[in-house]
Write a new protein. Structure first.
Length: 513
């Protein structure tokens, strides 16, 4: 019981650090987007999103690859094997250096085709677009090479330093935006170059800190090289890279297809929707970041029951956190975008709402792939996810080609995300002993009750209140209260309610002291 309380306390403390980081970075990132949109203009902002939009999508690659390395680091930390951790770190350095070179080469080859018939870019902006693309390649390589160090921080659950790094990265991005606001030359070119410098700075800082504080961060590939472990990690990272690459191609490919049929102005709307979804989603990802090491360490320690409890609670709570922010956003999206951007690109409202719905579905299953990854059996899931990503692009192109509106792109995405969720649950049942009944009882049923009740209550202001600002404020209050109330009465099991009660009691005691 004491061990469980210590784990809960550690998760809550790390979650607190990540929430603080999220609050700061969300505000700065949203303000940065507004600065960039106004400084570049709709056309150049669209060019940046179609050519350099993969910079934002690197978060998918970054998280997936860090997750692969972190799985091995956390698994063997659960086994308390320091020598294996040193081997994993050194092999990971070599693997990610090779992956960085490979991705750089592939992007260079892809660039030739992008700028010779695929991308629909105004002729006078082609050179600037090429500068952004080269910057993207450099940024990608440095981001990939930072993965082993980020995995070490996550495996040690050092979320304080991780949060500091995240805030610093956001401040650097804001600085880049401020520079282009006051720069008189080609703003798009300069912004692309500045964005390429940021991953190098972050990599340097993380490397210095990790080598100073963690024993396993000792660079000696020859001494700690293990062919068998290298093959296991290569296979694991390879399947993870396949799925994350498919995810990037899916997201980036949708932008290219959208650009081919409708031009750069709709890419601006797509960029806005991804920014909104990403920033709001960072709230629920806080819990994911804090729980991931716990899930993997529990499996490494041979405690599958604890692993499954953490997995199910994590999925449910991640949905609640995301729903807490997105319900008022879904209801008041037109007015929120008008307040934020002033100049709202066409289709931004529809794109934002549909992408949020897609992400809500993902949140229901968000921690389950971590459990599958902890078991080490990821091949089948990664192949299935990759195929579905390809089919998403295929159907999107087909519907655009026969005359459907841009909105159909996100309708296809929602259907494919739902199918993918079914595959995730199937493989969790097969490899992790997660039964369908267990998932239905502990996750799906409480989520449906909470979402239905809170949505019905929160919709009432739209019926009775006309003034936009007053309606927004009342909707925020009503949705927050209704969601929290529904969660407390219907969304938590007895153990989770006891943990919430203990957490509140501890906070009161510390506050009174």
């Amino acid at each position: 019981m004491q061990k469980a309380n210590q784990t809960t306390h550690r998760v809550l403390k790390n979650t607190g650090f990540l929430y603080a980081k999220m609050g700061i970075t969300m505000f700065i990132s949203l303000y940065t987007t507004r600065l960039i949109l106004n400084a570049l203009g709709t056309t150049d902002f669209g060019v940046y999103n179609v050519v350099g939009g993969a910079i934002a999508l690197l978060s998918f690659l970054h998280i997936a690859m860090a997750g692969s390395t972190q799985r091995f680091m956390s698994f063997y930390e659960g086994k308390r094997d320091e020598n294996m951790q040193k081997q994993i770190f050194n092999i990971s350095l070599v693997l990610h250096f090779g992956i960085a070179l490979f991705l750089g080469l592939m992007l260079l080859i892809a660039g030739y085709f992008f700028f010779n018939g695929i991308l629909n870019i105004p002729p006078d902006r082609v050179y600037a677009a090429k500068v952004v693309f080269i910057s993207l390649i450099i940024s990608t390589m440095f981001t990939v090479m930072s993965v082993p160090y980020e995995a070490v921080l996550n495996a040690h659950e050092n979320m304080l330093y991780y949060s500091i790094i995240g805030i610093l990265e956001t401040i650097l991005k804001l600085s880049a935006a401020l520079i282009i606001v006051f720069y008189d030359g080609d703003k798009l070119e300069v912004y692309g170059i500045l964005m390429a410098c940021i991953p190098l700075i972050i990599l340097t800082i993380m490397r210095i800190y990790c080598h100073k504080n963690y024993k396993e961060c000792k660079i000696a590939p020859k001494r700690y090289w293990d062919v068998k472990l290298m093959k296991e990690m290569t296979s694991f990272a390879g399947w993870g890279l396949l799925a994350s690459t498919a995810s990037i191609l899916n997201n980036y490919g949708r932008g290219i297809i959208l650009n081919s049929f409708f031009g750069t102005k709709l890419n601006a709307a797509q960029g806005i929707s991804m920014q909104v979804s990403g920033q709001v989603g960072s709230l629920s990802n806080v819990m994911l970041k804090a729980l991931s090491p716990v899930i993997t360490k529990s499996e490494g320690d041979g405690d599958r029951s604890k692993m499954l409890k953490a997995t199910l609670s994590g999925s449910k709570i991640s949905f609640y956190l995301y729903w807490l922010l997105t319900l008022p956003a879904l209801l008041e999206m037109p007015y929120l975008l008008e307040l934020w951007l002033t100049n709202v690109p066409k289709y931004s409202v529809e794109f934002c709402r549909l992408l949020i719905v897609s992400t809500l579905i993902e949140q229901v299953f968000i921690t389950i792939p971590i459990a599958i990854s902890a078991s080490g059996k990821i091949k089948e899931l990664k192949i299935s996810v990759s195929i579905l990503g390809f089919l998403t692009l295929l159907f999107t192109y087909y519907f655009f080609n026969i005359g459907f509106s841009p909105i159909s792109m996100y309708c296809v995405l929602i259907v494919m995300v739902t199918i993918r969720s079914g595959f995730i649950l199937f493989y969790a049942n097969k490899h992790c002993s997660l039964t369908y009944k267990m998932f239905y009882k502990n996750v799906l049923t409480p989520i449906l009750i909470v979402a239905t009740l809170s949505a019905a209550i929160s919709f009432l202001p739209k019926i009775f209140i006309i003034n936009n600002l007053i309606r927004l404020l009342i909707t925020l209050v009503i949705s927050t209260l209704s969601i929290i109330t529904a969660i407390l009465f219907f969304g938590l099991n007895k153990i989770e309610k006891d943990q919430v009660h203990n957490m509140v009691s501890n906070i009161k005691k510390r506050f009174l002291k």
